[in-house]
Write a new protein. Sequence first.
Length: 215
Amino acid sequence: MQAHSMGPSLSRREVLIVGATTAAATSPSRAAPSEASSPASPAKATSMAVSLTVNGQAQSLELDTRTTLLDALREHLHLTGTKKGCDHGQCGACTVLVDGVRINACLTLAVMHQGAAVTTIEGLGTPKNMHPMQAAFVKHDGYQCGYCTPGQICSAVGVLDEIRRGVPSHVTSNLTERPLLSADELRERMSGNLCRCGAYSNIAEAMAEVAGVRS
């Protein structure tokens, strides 16, 4: 039987080129955009009334629900003593006390603390009437550049309260007993507050004096 001619043969490379060209020509991405495929419009920001007691003063704010407590304090109440360091909860420069408990203000939304009592470094004491922890930091030179100092002091105040309430830490040896006011406890609990200047030993001494123990 005589073989029928199928026309000129194509190389493998030519077949691939023809196939790719055909696929591109019929691709949906080249079709006219439809309403279903058009990008959605961005969601509108939502605001909410937030009431806080900040440093003993009642504050009422209208805030975007995405506003962090840190930005509410700094940008809306102009309490710039609380510092924005990493903005990721890694440095502790933004530490404040909320209902007496220390938190990173950059990691929480203001709307989550409706009715809460917030204490910033401005609310702990004044230059003429310093909090004992502030006075101890001055005495022991617990700062250098000072950027992390507000968070360090607020955290230190929170640490001593945690120990008084019996809250254990990673180095607490017996979880059924009240933690000791030891240097190890103080250092472990302050490990989330970073000092780029390296004033850690002086900070520990200041805390030890306020706590009534030796560093």
